[in-house]
Ligand binder design. Structure first.
Ligand code: ADP
Ligand code: ZN
Length: 437
C-alpha cells in the first residue's frame, strides 16, 4: 500500500456521482433478490404488493416499506436474517438504551466489509500502519470495540484493545505504548484530560497523541474544539450504529466539515419523521439507510431515528460520497417541555461557549407545584466557588443565552468539577422525573 495515497480504496472513494449511482443500483438489485431469502422481507413485499423487479431505479426504492427498530424487536433474535444461521459467524446486540435489545447477524464477508469500511475511515484521517491505535470503547456487544479493533488491524496499526474505563491505566498505555490515535466517546475524552491534569501529565509534552476519533453520542462543534485544545489533537467525528454494523458508516475527512457516508455500502434518504416524505435538499430530517453491501441481514429503508441533513456542495478532499451534518440527536431524545421541542445538544451548544464551564452537565426535568421545570447543572472549571457575585452573574448570563436558544428559562446550578455522576459508556445528559398524567 502506498502510504502517501490519501485513499484506502482509491477507486471507490473517488467515484463520481454517476459512478456511485450506477454501483448503488447494481448492488440494490442484488440486495433485493437476496432479501427474498428472508421470510420477513418476503412477507413485507407480498403485503405491499411489490416484487424486487418492480424496483427499476433508485427513486423506486420509495415503493418499499420502511424497516423499523420495532421490526427488529418483533423478530428477535434471528427473524430478519437472509442466510442460514450456520453461515453467520457473529452477532452484536444494541445496548438497548431505549427498549428491548436488538440483534444484528454477520457473515464472514460482512465482517470483512465492515473492517474495510472502518479502515477506510481511519486511513482518511491520516492513520498509517506505523500508528498505535488505542480503543477506549467498551468491547463485547458494543460495536465500538470489535468494530474499531478489526478496522485498525486491517489498516495495519498496532492496536491496543484498552476497552472502557480505568482512566489511569488508559493514560499509562499512552505513555508506555506510544499511542498516537485514540478512539473515545467525547464525554470520556474530556474525562481523560481531567485525570491527566490531576496526575501532572501534559498530553502535548508527555504523549504522542495526535489524532482522536470521537463519536457514538451527539456533541457540538465547540465541544470538539475544546477537546482538541485540551489534548493537543485533531478530533474527527465518527458516526455509526449497531444496525448498520457499528462504526464506519460515516466519518469526517481531514476537512472536518461533515461526515462522508459510504454510499457503496448504504443508500441514504432523509425523510420528514412525521410525514415520511423526503425533505427538500439540505433540510434536516430523519436519516433512513438501506444496506447494499451486506448478506447476513440486509436492512431496507431502515429508520435510524437520527436527525441530520445532507450538506450541500463538493468536498475538497476528492471524495464525492455525500456528507452528513453533525447529528442533532435522535427523535426519541427530544425533550418536550411546556409544548416546546428541545434537543439536549442545543443546551450543550450554549454551555460550551462559556469558557468558565467544564464539559459535564445534567438536565433534570421535574414537576413542581404542577409546573414542569428544567434544571441544568453544569460543572465549573477551576473557578473560585466562593465569589458569590461572579457566580450569580455567570448563572444569569447562561440563563439568558439558554432562553434565547430554547425559549424556556431553566434553573442553572453551577457545581464543582467532578461532582456530577460519570458513566463508563455514553453520557447520561437528561433525567426526566416529571409526573406522568
Ligand atoms: P444504542 O442504540 O443502544 O445506543 P448504538 O451503539 O447502536 O447503540 O448507538 C447508535 C446511535 O448512537 C446512533 O443511532 C446515534 O444516535 C448515536 N451516535 C453514534 N455516533 C454518533 C455521532 N458521531 N454523533 C451523534 N450521535 C451518534
Ligand atoms: Zn471530504
Amino acid at each position: 500500500m502506498n502510504w502517501n495515497c490519501e485513499y484506502f480504496n482509491p477507486e471507490i472513494e473517488t467515484l463520481d456521482r454517476a459512478g456511485i449511482k450506477k454501483l448503488q443500483l447494481e448492488r440494490l438489485h442484488n440486495t433485493l433478490e437476496h432479501c427474498m431469502q428472508s421470510e420477513f422481507y418476503r412477507n413485507r413485499f407480498a403485503e405491499a404488493g411489490i416484487k424486487p423487479s418492480d424496483i427499476k431505479n433508485l427513486e423506486d426504492l420509495r415503493k418499499i416499506p420502511f424497516t423499523t427498530k420495532q421490526d427488529l424487536r418483533d423478530t428477535y433474535p434471528f427473524g430478519l436474517r437472509s442466510i442460514p444461521l450456520e453461515d453467520c459467524v457473529r452477532l452484536h446486540s444494541s445496548s438497548g438504551t431505549t427498549g428491548n435489545p436488538t440483534v444484528i447477524l454477520h457473515s464472514k464477508r460482512d465482517l470483512e466489509q465492515w473492517a474495510n469500511a472502518v479502515a477506510r475511515c481511519l486511513w482518511m484521517v491520516g492513520c498509517r500502519p506505523d500508528d498505535v491505535f488505542q480503543n477506549s470503547s467498551g468491547y463485547g456487544m458494543f460495536t465500538g470495540g470489535l468494530g474499531f479493533q478489526y478496522g485498525a488491524e486491517l489498516l495495519g496499526m498496532l492496536t491496543v484493545p484498552a476497552a472502557a474505563g480505568n482512566t489511569l491505566r488508559q493514560i499509562k498505555f499512552f505513555t508506555d505504548f506510544g499511542t498516537t490515535v485514540l478512539h473515545a466517546i467525547p464525554s470520556y475524552a474530556a474525562r481523560i484530560y481531567e485525570v491527566m491534569c490531576e496526575q501532572g501529565i501534559d498530553p502535548r509534552r508527555d504523549t504522542k497523541l495526535r489524532t482522536l476519533v470521537i463519536g457514538a453520542e451527539p456533541h457540538s462543534e465547540d465541544t470538539r474544539r475544546r477537546i482538541e485544545e485540551m489534548l493537543g489533537v485533531k478530533a474527527y467525528n465518527s458516526f455509526g450504529m449497531s444496525e448498520m454494523c457499528g462504526p464506519g458508516v460515516a466519518f469526517e475527512c481531514k476537512e472536518q466539515n461533515g461526515m462522508h457516508i459510504w454510499e457503496d455500502y448504504y443508500i441514504v434518504e432523509i425523510v420528514n419523521p412525521d410525514t415520511l416524505e423526503p425533505v427538500p435538499d439540505g433540510e434536516v430530517g430523519e436519516l433512513v439507510l438501506t444496506t447494499i453491501n451486506r448478506e447476513a441481514m440486509p436492512l431496507l429503508r431502515y429508520r435510524t431515528r437520527d436527525l441530520t441533513r445532507i450538506l450541500p456542495g463538493e468536498c475538497p478532499c476528492g471524495r464525492h460520497h455525500l456528507r452528513l451534518d453533525r447529528m442533532k440527536g435522535r427523535s426519541d431524545d427530544m425533550i418536550i417541555l411546556k409544548g416546546v421541542n428541545i434537543f439536549p445538544i442545543q443546551i450543550e451548544q450554549v454551555l460550551m461557549q462559556f469558557k468558565e464551564l467544564a464539559s459535564d452537565y445534567l438536565i433534570t426535568l421535574e414537576t413542581r407545584d404542577n409546573n414542569d421545570t428544567m434544571r441544568v447543572e453544569v460543572e465549573m472549571k477551576n473557578v473560585n466557588l466562593d465569589d458569590y457575585a461572579a457566580l450569580q452573574a455567570l448563572e444569569k448570563a447562561i440563563r439568558s443565552r439558554l432562553k434565547d436558544e430554547i425559549l424556556i428559562t431553566p434553573e442553572i446550578r453551577l457545581v464543582p468539577k467532578n461532582s456530577l455522576p460519570k458513566s463508563e459508556g455514553k453520557a447520561v445528559r437528561v433525567k426526566d422525573l416529571r409526573k406522568q398524567y
